[in-house]
Design a protein around this ligand. Structure first.
Ligand code: PLP
Length: 415
């Protein structure tokens, strides 16, 4: 057993206990250095061609993190008008935003078009709608590269079993609709799936996608999607996504594609998780330790409303136990489940783990909670969503989103 938070100096000049005392529990904490390091890696993925990494903000849309990504030179993807608004608030100009919705109304399309933001069209039916409302307009289309991958079938977004994208067989209809409405298809995008640690499916999809791109004659960009995985089992030294190896292989594929071409479109990617998962942890307080039918439980204030990934995808998050501000490790362990405060049997953060003996008052630190953590949180059971704190590069810390209040919950009703 090791301590990731101690090895990385995750809490800067403070410690988990001090942060929870100051900001309350449960609490999302982000580390700016780690976030910036991951952004830098993604920004440098393609070096010899025009390239932008678009941060997929669905993973974590905290305004401060969006500002850091902008400063680091990233563009961004939005999946909804709300995400567009947030990006504009963070200072992203229209040309740095790519809107990738699916199954939207004409009004939602207009929301992007009126702001000069290019949107991606996900089906023939939506292309027809776009054509009717915006004849002569510019858009991208989301293609299904025929290869899907991911850590759970719920995050596989290409291949044969998904609602996303337009199939290769439908390319002639794309061109027929575009011609009928005078549309300009200036971009194509794809997304294979999420939490992929093996380069094979991603490279295969890139190659398929480049082959499909040859059918288009007005392309300004080709967007390969996100999906790069992170080592969720990091305390057991799980290997990282082989970024350098992928960079080399991708460079070769792109050089082959560009050979003999006068112009090469801008290449894009859409990483979400890779950028922010490891730079975020979720802290919660242990309020009860109990044994039911021989099984031990640490009862915390981290409910499934705060972090839904374990319930939604059977996801694994490594856990550190923190006592008096110090990570407890290298001691005897026992099997225990870390559970939350929600009225659901499935409200389990970490099931049957071998952890150092947990005591009431300890802090449980859920690692790799920076992606799809707060952004998927809710008020289920009328619980308040947590606060978010950023540990700055200089080790200081600041609040970057306040905790919900009971007024927030109540003032949505008018009677
Ligand atoms: C279209 C699209 N792009 C990008 C992403 C980001 O994926 P990830 O966080 O796995 O990089 C997703 C996530 O599902 C997506 O659906």
């Amino acid at each position: 057993m090791r301590s990731f938070t101690e090895e990385t100096g995750f809490f800067g000049n403070s410690d988990a206990e001090q942060l929870v005392r100051e900001y309350g529990s449960p609490l999302y904490v982000y580390n700016e250095n780690i976030l910036r390091e991951r952004m830098r890696e993604m920004e440098g993925l393609i070096e010899n061609f025009p390239f932008t990494a678009n941060y997929s903000i669905k993973a974590n849309s905290n305004l401060e993190i969006l500002k850091i990504a902008l400063e680091m030179g990233l563009n961004a993807d939005a999946m909804s008008p709300g995400e567009i608004l947030l990006l504009q608030k963070a200072g992203y100009p229209a040309e740095k935003i790519f809107f990738i919705p699916n199954n939207v109304s004409p009004d939602e399309m207009r929301f992007a078009v009126e702001r000069g933001i290019i949107l991606s069209i996900d089906s023939l039916s939506q292309l027809e709608t776009f054509g009717k409302h915006f004849p002569g307009g510019k858009c991208a289309v989301r293609l299904n590269p025929g290869v899907g991958a991911g850590h759970n079938e719920k995050v596989v977004t290409a291949g044969k079993k998904t609602k996303f994208g337009i199939a290769e067989a439908d390319l002639p209809q794309i061109f027929e609709i575009a011609k009928r409405y005078g549309l300009h298809i200036v971009g194509i995008n794809q997304h294979v799936g999420s939490q992929i640690l093996d380069t094979t499916p991603i490279l295969e999809a890139v190659k398929n996608f480049l082959r499909l791109s040859e059918s288009f004659d007005e392309l300004e960009f080709i967007d390969f999607g996100g999906g790069f995985g992170i080592p969720y089992h990091k305390l057991n030294d799980e290997a990282r996504f082989p970024l350098e190896e992928y960079k080399k292989e991708l460079a070769k594929v792109l050089s082959d594609y560009a050979a003999g071409k006068k112009n090469v479109p801008l290449f894009k990617t859409e990483p979400g998780r890779y950028i922010c998962a490891e730079g975020g942890v979720l802290l919660g307080r242990v309020h009860a330790v109990k044994t039911n039918s021989g099984k031990k439980y640490a009862g915390t204030d981290i409910g499934m409303n705060d972090l839904i990934r374990p319930e939604l995808y059977d996801s694994w998050h490594d856990i550190e136990v923190i006592r008096n501000g110090k990570a407890v490790y290298g001691t005897e362990t026992e099997e225990i489940s870390v559970v939350g405060n929600i009225c659901e049997s499935g409200d389990i953060v970490a099931k049957e783990r071998n952890l150092p003996k947990v005591e009431e008052g300890d802090i449980v630190c859920v690692l790799d909670a920076g992606a799809y953590g707060y952004s998927m949180s809710s008020n289920y059971n009328m619980r308040l969503r947590p606060a978010e704190v950023l540990v700055r590069a200089d080790g200081s810390h600041c609040l970057i989103r306040r905790r919900d209040t009971y007024e927030d919950l109540l003032d949505r009703f008018w009677a």
